[in-house]
Write a protein that binds this ligand. Structure first.
Ligand SMILES: [Zn+2]
Length: 463
């Protein structure tokens, strides 16, 4: 018996177990787990003494190479997946957008062509539906069979992305019948638009008005409506980028009733707040994304939601726009600031640091939030999301004691600022493997564009 690679002396952590074991990799998969596995003829051996061996991170919410308001997100599939790898994320699910009048297949093909030759990590797509006549409704089952088994719908951005309740309800019924999952951007876009127009008419054009015109009640109302529609349709629903306690209460209530309702939050809502919108001049445009930052007290509620499984996933909603020339498009009008922030690289460290290192929850819960539940919810498990014999060798040797100060000076994302500038984290990836290949070792990058694979995801099977 000989292996391609052995990781020895580490502490293997899954969502349920913590054990001292060597991990053997051959042909891109984990082929053995156990004490003192034979080292003869092994091509490479990594010593993980004092470190965790975790399943690679799975970020189910990213926007690479995405057109928005006359520009496009600054990371493409090469720079974005490279930054993801540096942060310990080895699979991401991006969003393929169907524009009005297009087939869903066109969206899938367009995003495949952006990713195929560039992606360094594995990837999949959710399909954003913005237009749903009968012909596109009929495409949904085929897309699910092609491995795009989830759809994202918007209750915000009227005239651009927003779908009406009837279309949402019909999409949910179709998805549930064929094993699809519906991801929902839950904000009441109609009410928000009225508030935004009033603010502009009153001359309130600074970036902070982006946050002040999108109340938490608008998010809570849409979350509650999404849950009600899903309940009537008999479908699961996954609330994306939940930002506030008001919406969290709706999710908790639905889950208490036993409904298949899931929600993610993102590091920006756990670490940043409305106070960051008070920065001088145009600086706060760096924090213009949707939903917006909330009052600081929501952070504690979200952390406790993660601990108590009222929230199931942490994703990033990575959608970077440079401050210069991109964010500046909205210098005189906050509605013209491209919505989004960079975060793909720091999710694992931020959640580990704030969650595990600070004693809020276990390292197993951490793995569950950043890898296992994302895999289970979106049809990647057990190929991804755990350390087990037969699973892809997407692994991270993670040093729980290494500290790092996040900064634009050292990050790998192609964007000219960091949302988390100056934040000190404890817990960093040392070595990152994708299907057995070393992508990152310390500061060294070994990945190759185009080596990431499209992952055909299975249907929703309950979690
Ligand atoms: Zn998003």
């Amino acid at each position: 018996m000989s292996f391609d690679t052995l990781i020895v002396n580490g502490t293997v952590v899954t969502a349920t177990d913590t054990s001292r074991a060597d991990v053997a990799i051959s042909g891109g998969r984990v082929v053995a787990l156990g004490e003192s596995l034979p080292r003869e003829n092994c091509k490479q051996i990594f010593d993980a003494k004092g470190k965790y061996v975790l399943p690679g991170g799975i970020d189910v919410h990213t926007h690479l190479d995405m057109p928005f308001g006359g520009t496009r997100s600054a990371d493409d599939f090469e720079t974005g997946t490279r930054a993801a790898a540096f942060g310990g994320t080895t699979t991401l699910i991006d969003f393929a957008i169907q524009y009005k009048g297009q087939t869903l297949r066109t969206a899938f093909d367009d995003w495949m062509s952006k990713a195929e030759s560039k992606a360094i990590t594995d990837y999949g797509f959710h399909c954003i539906i913005t237009d749903l006549p009968d012909a596109q409704m009929e495409e949904m089952p085929q897309l699910i069979r092609d491995g795009v088994s989830s759809f994202k719908l918007f209750m915000a951005y009227p005239g651009v992305f927003m779908l009406d309740d009837a279309s949402i309800f019909r999409a949910m019924r179709t998805a549930s019948k064929h094993g699809g999952m519906i991801c929902m951007h839950a904000e009441n876009g109609g009410a928000i638009d009225v508030i935004v127009r009033q603010a502009l008419a009153e001359g309130k054009t600074a970036p902070k008005y982006h946050a002040l015109t999108r109340p938490t009640t608008a998010e809570a109302e849409a979350t509650s409506r999404a849950i009600a529609l899903a309940e009537m349709a008999g479908s699961p629903v996954y609330i994306v980028h939940l930002s506030c306690n008001d919406a969290l209460e709706k999710v908790r209530e639905a889950r208490d009733r036993g409904l298949p309702v899931y929600a993610e939050t993102c590091p920006q809502y756990l670490y940043l707040s409305l106070e960051d919108m008070e920065k001088p001049g145009f600086e706060s445009a760096k924090y213009v994304f949707t939903p917006p930052l909330r009052e600081k007290w929501h952070q504690e509620k979200l952390w406790s939601g993660l601990k108590n499984d009222h929230l199931q996933v942490v994703s990033t909603d990575h959608c970077p726009f440079c401050f210069k020339e991109q964010k500046e498009l909205g210098k005189d009008d906050f509605t013209k600031i491209p919505n989004g922030g960079p975060g793909i690289e720091h999710r694992m460290s931020l959640v580990f640091s704030g969650g595990v290192a600070s004693g809020k929850f276990s390292v197993n819960r951490f793995v569950e939030l950043v890898s296992t539940t994302p895999a289970k919810t979106f049809g990647l498990y057990p190929r991804k999301g755990t350390v087990a014999v037969g699973s892809d060798a997407d692994l991270v040797i993670f040093d729980p004691n290494r500290e790092h100060t996040i900064s634009v000076k050292t990050h790998h994302m192609r964007v000219d600022y960091s949302m988390f500038e100056g934040i000190r984290v404890k817990g960093m990836p040392d070595v990152v493997f994708s299907r057995g290949r070393v992508l990152v070792e310390g500061d060294k990058f070994n990945g190759r564009p185009g080596s990431g694979q499209f992952i055909k995801r299975a249907t929703y099977a309950g979690v």
